[in-house]
Design a binder for this molecule. Structure first.
Ligand code: ADP
Ligand code: TRP
Length: 346
């Protein structure tokens, strides 16, 4: 029996190497994973467009970013003949189950989510003071309900497929814990005789690359503008690498600049890097040039595959349609089971 693996990415911008090493690369590795003791994974890879809608509120842009992400998934090596690649909005069971879960979770519980807390923290500065907002509720004026409810939709994504493992970056760990809590709450509320409707999923986080640093040393993130795009051209790689911050504040021990080294070790093993960094102590330009070569060599085949796929986008849309049919079958069956248990279906 294969274990079930599910993960998703929002179509909210250009994929970067943080997304790749933190999450997407594992998708490909896990798709191919086999060992003597198990049959590997049946994988579901999702384009989380409804999660992305919290941010992308322009139809054209959503369409473009969704296609971009589908191309990214295929270019890194997701194989649609083995894995199910689909768009969240194509399987309506996700939003329907979200409502059912909404009736089980409380407001303070959701208010503890990191992403929601971060959104609230952003508000409690000058903007709030300027508006003379009095009540705590009014202060939340710029935060939409979708941001608040985000973990519930994500729990539905995961639980609909009896998922065993969810490969994600460190920042998503809490969301997988929400999915577990919600599964437990549902099972506790509705299931009798120790028969559980929902399986408890496990997050899968690879330690070494749990947080990929950006060109300024902070976590690489679209929102910090410190990324190296995953499908960067040679010129874009050069621009990004040359901008890696190496001022005297960030010079590491032994003349090894941490902001260069920590990105470099994603592309080359440390045994190979040691002689290079020993030979070029403090020579940032030479080290950056070596890094450019290594990134380019690594990204080039994926970049070329993506360009090839882009020639026939109809084929990509067909893959998504097919994925939605396969995912939909599974999700609809699970939702029916849930609807019977809660008593809305005979
Ligand atoms: P961003 O922070 O750029 O907006 P997303 O939130 O869209 O990225 O993340 C998509 C996936 O990539 C998630 O699973 C997330 O954990 C992972 N991820 C994003 N940035 C990093 C990073 N710097 N290091 C490791 N994983 C990351
Ligand atoms: N919240 C995830 C992110 O921001 C994307 C996502 C949506 C997801 N649904 C999911 C990840 C289900 C794993 C499983 O990256």
């Amino acid at each position: 029996m294969k274990k079930i693996l599910l993960s998703g990415v929002k179509p909210t911008g250009i994929a970067h190497i943080g997304n790749y090493f933190g999450a997407m690369k594992q998708f490909v590795d896990l798709q191919d994973f086999q060992d003597g003791t198990s049959d590997g994974y049946q994988c579901y890879f999702m384009i989380a467009d409804y999660h992305g809608l919290n941010l992308i509120q322009n139809g054209e842009e959503m369409r473009r970013l969704t296609l971009d992400l589908a191309l990214d998934y295929l270019a890194i090596g997701i194989d649609p003949s083995r894995s199910i690649l689909f768009k969240q909005s194509d399987v309506s069971a996700h939003t329907e189950l979200t409502w059912i879960f909404d009736t089980l979770v409380t407001i303070p519980y959701l208010a503890r989510a990191h992403a929601f807390k971060a959104a609230v923290e952003k508000l409690t500065d000058a903007t709030v003071a300027q508006r003379h907002l009095s009540s705590k509720l009014e202060q939340l004026t710029d935060i939409n309900v979708g941001t608040f409810n985000y973990p519930v939709l994500m729990a539905a994504d995961i639980l609909l497929y009896d998922t065993d493992v969810v490969p994600v970056g460190q920042d998503q760990k809490q969301h997988v814990e929400y999915a577990r809590d919600i599964a437990l709450k549902f099972n506790h509320t509705f299931c009798r005789d120790s028969i559980s409707t929902f399986k408890l999923p496990e997050p899968l986080i690879i330690k070494d690359v749990a947080v990929v640093p950006g060109i300024d040393g902070r976590k690489m993130s679209k929102s910090y503008g410190n990324t190296i795009p995953l499908f960067a051209t040679r010129g874009e790689i050069e621009d990004a690498v040359m901008s890696i911050v190496t001022d005297s504040n960030v010079t590491g021990a032994g003349g090894i600049p941490p902001n260069i080294y920590n990105i470099h070790k994603l592309f080359k093993n440390e045994a190979d890097l040691t002689p290079l960094y020993d030979a070029h102590k403090g020579q940032y330009k030479a080290l950056k040039e070596a890094l450019i070569e290594d990134i380019d060599a690594f990204l080039k085949p994926m970049r070329e595959r993506r360009a090839q796929l882009k020639i026939n986008t109809d084929k990509v849309l067909e893959i998504l349609k097919n994925g939605a049919e396969r995912a939909g079958k599974q999700a609809d069956a699970k939702l029916l089971e849930v609807k019977k248990i809660i008593g809305v279906t005979p």
